[in-house]
Design a protein. Structure first.
Length: 112
């Protein structure tokens, strides 16, 4: 079994070619997919995360009509995997696309 750390929260298990949570070992999704698809998603109100600092029309809190805050959470343990700020309607980004074949060749596992 070879578990290659990719981020603080994520690793790739080369023997199963899958994303896993580093906190609990839960398998999220195949490593050739976007790991965010394997996470729970909590869409936060940006005014809740960045509370208004002053009263009035302009409070320094982000406008929810302009930004959404998505928290990606491990379904196995609830560990926060990633946070993404996106305009409403924008698709989730695919920020990590490691060369899985190269990881398997280096650390072991089934080659595709
Ligand atoms: Zn976990």
């Amino acid at each position: 079994m070879a578990r290659v750390p990719i981020t603080e929260a994520l690793a790739i298990e080369t023997t199963t070619r899958s994303w896993v949570c580093r906190a609990c070992g839960h398998t999220l999704i195949a490593a050739d997919r976007n790991y965010k698809e394997g996470c729970l998603v909590w869409m936060r109100d940006p005014r809740e995360v960045h509370r208004p600092l002053v009263d009035g029309a302009y409070t320094f809190a982000p406008d929810p009509d302009w930004v959404r805050i998505l928290e990606f959470i491990c379904p196995g343990c609830g560990h926060l995997v990633e946070v993404e700020y996106l305009p409403p309607g924008h698709p989730v980004t695919w920020d990590l696309q490691p060369d899985v074949d190269a990881l398997v060749a280096r650390y072991g596992g089934e080659t595709s």
